[in-house]
Design a protein around this ligand. Structure first.
Ligand code: ZN
Ligand code: ZN
Length: 67
């Protein structure tokens, strides 16, 4: 069982997270973590999502300038 400190939105601060009992067979590689402070679940995989993803959705709008 590994623990790590991450920012928790619910606790509004850094809290200690632990790997929950995994039912998917991930074992220690399970991407889920549970906040030991409030019990909120987070998925570590979200940290690997490129930040540009949100910018990608705004491509519909032409970036053309008048003038
Ligand atoms: Zn898992
Ligand atoms: Zn928390």
């Amino acid at each position: 069982m590994s623990h790590r400190e991450l920012y928790c939105d619910v606790c509004e601060g850094v809290a200690l997270f632990e790997v929950p009992p995994c039912v998917d067979g991930h074992g220690i590689d399970c991407p889920e973590l549970i906040c030991t402070g409030c019990g909120a679940a987070v998925v570590i995989a979200t940290f690997m999502v490129p930040v540009s993803r949100s910018a990608e959705g705004r491509r519909h709008r032409p970036a053309r300038r008048a003038a």
